[in-house]
Design a protein around this ligand. Structure first.
Ligand code: ISL
Ligand code: CA
Length: 558
């Protein structure tokens, strides 16, 4: 039973409910700690549902909450049908779903099934003997007679993708940490077990899944193929038909391999796979092609706009975009794409305006709505992420200096996103009554939710307005997107049109005042829907934009 508000939205003929909603990602470990152990938990989430409802959030993506030894902070699951004790119990979970429903908030879970934890009973059984009935749930290969490793495949955390298991004399395959053995998706019993897990949570009231690293499941390790493997789409369709068909779900694939050339295979109307993908082309622009996040790359606004433009164009009439600047694996949006110093508030609002008025479902990562920033790391002891530790060894062995590694890790590492949510200016930012598992950003006395709730000029209020526009205005949810001045080096501008209405969005991505000559097809006179500076009613001719100014004007097409 959904709330009255949620039901009302389904009035749009082609309208899936998630097309008018703003999604919010919670990283449970860092969101709100209810019992003073320094770790966020489900009762903490429940205590903040009013905050989320007030923000206008319609769906929450929960990073993993299942039982886990936390080698990769929950992305290593040892029991798919229970909750990690530090996060709570199944009863807490049920209460969270019910309390969400009262407020029109649905939940989607993280489905982490490319791999399990090495402490999952399946893996424990599998490694006990070559004859174990679970041996074939994982991928085992004999040592290569000359090289040892079965082949030279590397995983994403910088390690060889194979680890030797002394007891049974074979290597097992893992695309992430060695404590995250990959499931053998070629085994139909593995796939059936995953489908059952999905139905278990859907029956318990979740509205769908964010599917972790899902473009890896069709892998062919012997051919050296991880991403976008030969059986990927076959397995996704099978999963859809077995677990999702006939249910009104939101499913989002985390697909770092998605490009406009294959996007519709995942999320096209007739794909029978998933609702949308998280694609990473805009975030990959910020890293070096070879060294990845361990070397930042200077990118231009023209390149960035080109990414958005081609995704908007490709999914204009079929499929659906997801829109995000940040998540638990990425640095803070305002630090990466804006200015986290002098222009923090303006640039945070600018980034939100530019992204949320595109066509698609926006995903806000916790704290982004406050303009939270990267952490000012001063010491290696402040890092918590296994990825940092693995790469520390690897990059230094490859010749990087300690200083250079520290600098780039500070800028790009995943811990930037994982510092505690800043609720108040009180002890531990109001996240916990005890020392949190990871240090709080020292800027919490200035940047916190309590300071912004009730302030109409806050970043928080700006996000709330954007979520409201998406719910209220069909031109925001469904209008046709067209880029304006794609070659302009400093300004992102586009229109959205529906019927005889035009919405023009203009955003200055720089810390300078900029002149913008409005192309004729962007001219509009009407009402200002949102702005981080003075309201404008007309967009035409040459306009002068303040540093990081962004606004949107809606009017009739003239
Ligand atoms: O493929 C990549 C780069 O080309 C990676 O970005 C990869 O897709 C990504 O790291 C997968 O992330 C997800 O799965 C990981 C987990 O550590 C991350 O937190 C999660 O978001 C393993 O479960
Ligand atoms: Ca706790």
């Amino acid at each position: 039973m959904m709330s009255a508000r949620s039901i009302k939205q389904d009035s749009r003929p082609d309208g899936a409910w998630w097309q008018t909603e703003t999604a919010y990602q919670i990283y449970p470990r860092s969101f709100c700690d209810s019992n003073g152990d320094g770790v966020g938990d489900i009762p903490g989430i429940i205590s903040k549902l009013d905050y989320l409802a007030d923000l206008g959030v319609g769906v929450v993506w929960l990073s993993p909450i299942n039982t886990s030894p936390m080698a990769d902070m929950g992305y290593d699951i040892s029991n798919y049908r229970d909750i990690a004790p530090e996060f709570g119990t199944l009863a807490d979970f049920d209460r969270m779903i019910a309390e969400g429903e009262k407020r029109g908030i649905r939940f989607i879970m993280d489905l982490v099934v490319n791999h399990t934890s090495d402490e999952h009973p399946w893996f424990k059984e599998a490694r006990a003997s070559r004859n174990s009935e679970y041996r074939d749930f994982y991928i085992w290969r004999d040592p290569h007679p000359e090289h040892g490793y079965p082949n030279d495949m590397m995983g994403f955390f910088g390690l060889p993708a194979w680890t030797f298991d002394e007891a049974t004399g074979q290597f097992y395959f893992h695309l992430f940490d060695r404590r995250q053995p990959d499931l053998n998706w070629d085994n139909p019993d593995v796939r059936a077990a995953v489908h059952e897990i999905m139905r278990f949570w859907l029956d318990r009231g979740v509205a769908g899944f964010r599917m972790d690293a899902i473009d890896l499941i069709g892998k062919d390790p012997d051919a050296g193929i991880g991403l976008d493997g030969p059986r990927l789409h076959e397995f996704l369709r099978e999963m859809h038909d077995a677990a999702l068909d006939g249910r009104d779900t939101l499913t989002v694939g985390e697909t770092s391999s998605a490009r406009v050339t294959n996007a519709l295979k995942f999320c096209g109307r007739d794909s029978r796979e998933m609702s949308m993908v998280h694609q990473f082309e805009h975030t990959l622009l910020t890293w070096d092609k070879d060294k990845g996040k361990w070397k930042s790359r200077d990118f231009t606004l023209v390149e960035l706009k080109a990414v958005f433009d081609r995704w908007q164009a490709t999914l204009a009439d079929d499929g659906w975009n997801s829109l995000f600047w940040s998540n638990h694996d990425l640095p803070r949006a305002v630090s990466k794409f804006g200015d986290d110093g002098e222009h923090r508030v303006m640039s945070a609002k600018m980034l939100a305006t530019a992204l949320h008025l595109m066509k698609g479902t926006p995903f806000v990562f916790q704290g982004e709505e406050l303009g939270m920033t990267n952490f000012p790391f001063t010491d290696m002891s402040q890092f918590r992420d296994v990825e940092v530790f693995n790469h520390h060894e690897i990059q230094l062995a490859a010749g990087m200096s300690q200083q250079a590694f520290f600098a780039v890790a500070s800028e790009n590492c995943r811990d930037n996103a994982r510092t505690p949510m800043q609720w108040t200016d009180g002890p531990h930012a109001g996240f916990s009554s005890a020392e949190p598992w990871i240090p709080v950003n020292p800027n919490y006395p200035q940047i916190n939710a309590a300071a912004q709730i009730g302030d109409p000029d806050s970043v928080l209020a700006h996000y709330r307005r954007l979520a409201g526009l998406r719910r209220d205005l069909p031109v925001v949810s469904h209008g046709r997107y067209a880029p304006l001045a794609p070659e302009h080096p400093e300004v992102m501008a586009y229109t959205r049109t529906l019927g005889d209405e035009r919405l023009t969005v203009v955003a200055n991505f720089t810390a300078q005042s900029v002149a913008f000559d409005v192309p004729d097809d962007g001219r509009v006179q009407g009402r200002c829907l949102i702005s981080n500076a003075d309201a404008r009613q007309a967009v035409s001719g040459r306009i002068m934009l303040a540093p990081f100014e962004a606004f949107a004007v809606l009017g009739p097409i003239s």
